[in-house]
Every structure is written in structure tokens, then in C-alpha cells.
Design a protein around this ligand. Structure first.
Ligand SMILES: CC(C)(COP(=O)(O)OP(=O)(O)OC[C@H]1O[C@@H](n2cnc3c(N)ncnc32)[C@H](O)[C@@H]1OP(=O)(O)O)[C@@H](O)C(=O)NCCC(=O)NCCS
Length: 240
């Protein structure tokens, strides 16, 4: 987005210099003023258009659909968390609907800047869970997966299936090279997701996170694009 803005502005500056050389700047100046006045509108329209064009949605099956999380989904996300809050020791105990809205808004801004993706997993029209890229590190072509599923939807493979789509998209659609998953060592279900997907445990960060009342060790898993391609007949064509 910033590139688009800069390109437009640089283009104007260049045109203006050329016109000046040719003695046309008196004619051009009012015209430029108009363009500068409308350019924020143009830029915002281009932004909106590019957002709507690149909205992420994906159908895993007739029952399971992925969609970019938007502010209008905040209530469903909040309900999913509060229904079984004890499964989320990492979250603030006083988390409110407003906090969830703000978080979704921040994630949408990251998505618009091509730095993140936070999708909802809908099963038969009901929000069952969420899977996200924590911020994409473009200089190192890497990201980290985070996920959560409602207690009632656990044990059906929804998160593993969704992660497969997001891993494929990260490697084949976005051209990333590495994906990490970090989870508390005692979180066996989360570790099982990473291992089922072929991630390698790379280490344990000792007492790395404060969880409510104690420090917890964090297991770090990693998966490389080359490993993913070697193990999977990629469905990459969907993202090209
Ligand atoms: C971590 C968490 C997302 C794992 O949920 P999950 O339901 O076990 O994960 P999946 O949706 O991938 O389902 C896997 C289970 O479905 C089963 N399954 C059924 N069909 C499947 C399929 N087609 N593919 C894969 N697994 C399938 C698997 O055998 C597994 O069950 P098991 O654990 O009894 O062996 C969930 O426990 C959770 O939300 N916890 C709270 C938040 C959290 O800790 N997030 C992680 C932070 S790092």
C-alpha cells in the first residue's frame, strides 16, 4: 500500500520536473493541486478495491469453509473463547468483545499490508476455530502459525486440515521459506498438530512465557518449504 502511494507521489514529482523544464509549470500547477487533493481518495479507493479483490476464502469441503476474519465476526470469536476460557491461559482474564474487535482490526491492517492472515474455520456455518499467521517476516520469508478450536469441535481434524491449507498458501502462494509453531510443552494437543503436519521440534525455550502464575517452557517447531514439498503432493496450483 505504501509503495502504491509512494509510486503515485514520485510519479507526480517527476512529471512536475519535466513540465518545469518545458516552461509549462504555470499550467500544470492548478492541475497538480487538484490531483493532490483527490489522491487520498484515489489511494483509499485503490486500497479498498485491492482488499476486496484479495479477500481470503477457501472451501475445504462442503461442510468446512475458511474465511478472512472481519470485525462482523467478533461476537462469534468472543463466544468461542468465553465458552471455554480455561483452555486459553494465554489470554487476559478480562478479555472483552471490544478487545476482540480491536484485535481483528489490527489483523486486518496487517493483512492489508501483506504481513498477516487470520482466518475463521466454519463448520456447517458455525465458527469452530481460528488459524493465523503471526506477523509475516518478509526479510527472512518466515511466519508462525497460531490456532485454536472450540472445545465442542476438538478431535475432528479441523485445525490440521486448515493448517495444511495455510501452510500450502504460505509456501506456494506467498513464497515463504519457513513456518514455526510455538506452544507450551504441556500442550500435548497443540504439539500433536505440529507433529502431525511434519514439523520438526527444534528446541525448548526454558521458562520462556509467563502463563497466569508460572513460567512455562515453550516447544518450538519448524517446517521448511523444501520439507513440505518433499512430503506433500502440493495443492499449490490453487494459489498460483
Ligand atoms: C490445540 C488445539 C487447536 C488442537 O485441537 P485438535 O482438535 O486436537 O486438532 P485438530 O482439529 O487438528 O484435530 C486432531 C484430532 O482429530 C482427529 N482427526 C479426525 N479426523 C482427522 C483428520 N482428517 N485429520 C487430522 N486429524 C483428524 C485426530 O486423530 C486428533 O484427535 P486425537 O487428538 O484424539 O488423536 C486445541 O486443543 C485448542 O484449541 N486448544 C486451546 C488453544 C491452544 O492451545 N492453541 C494452541 C496454542 S499454541
Amino acid at each position: 500500500m505504501y509503495c502504491a502511494k509512494n509510486t503515485i507521489c514520485c510519479g507526480f514529482a517527476w512529471n512536475f520536473r519535466v513540465a518545469r523544464c518545458c516552461g509549462l509549470d504555470l499550467l500544470i500547477r492548478p492541475l497538480l493541486a487538484c490531483v493532490y487533493l483527490i489522491s487520498p481518495r484515489v489511494i483509499s479507493a485503490v486500497r479498498q478495491l485491492s482488499r476486496s479483490v484479495s479477500m481470503f476464502s477457501y472451501k475445504i469441503s462442503a461442510e468446512i469453509k475458511l474465511r478472512l476474519l472481519e470485525e462482523r465476526h467478533a461476537e462469534q470469536v468472543f463466544d468461542l473463547i468465553v465458552e471455554d476460557r480455561e483452555r486459553h491461559p494465554e489470554l487476559d482474564k478480562n478479555l472483552s468483545l471490544d478487545d476482540v474487535k480491536k484485535k481483528i482490526k489490527r489483523d486486518l491492517a496487517l493483512f492489508a499490508d501483506n504481513k498477516g492472515l487470520n482466518v475463521g474455520v466454519w463448520e456447517q456455518g458455525i465458527l469452530a476455530g481460528t488459524v493465523r499467521y503471526h506477523e509475516i517476516d518478509w526479510s527472512n520469508k518466515s511466519t508462525e502459525l497460531g490456532y485454536s478450536v472450540g472445545g465442542a469441535f476438538e478431535g475432528r481434524g479441523l485445525i490440521t486440515k486448515t493448517c495444511r491449507v495455510l501452510i500450502d498458501y504460505a509456501f506456494e502462494g506467498l513464497g515463504l521459506n519457513r513456518i514455526a509453531i510455538s506452544c507450551a510443552v504441556e500442550n500435548q494437543k497443540s504439539r500433536a498438530v505440529a507433529e502431525r503436519l511434519g514439523f520438526t521440534q527444534e528446541g525448548i525455550l526454558r521458562q520462556s512465557e509467563w502463563l497466569q502464575d508460572h513460567f512455562t517452557d515453550i516447544a518450538v517447531y519448524g517446517l521448511l518449504a523444501s520439507e513440505w514439498r518433499a512430503k506433500n503432493i502440493s495443492s499449490s496450483s490453487a494459489f498460483l
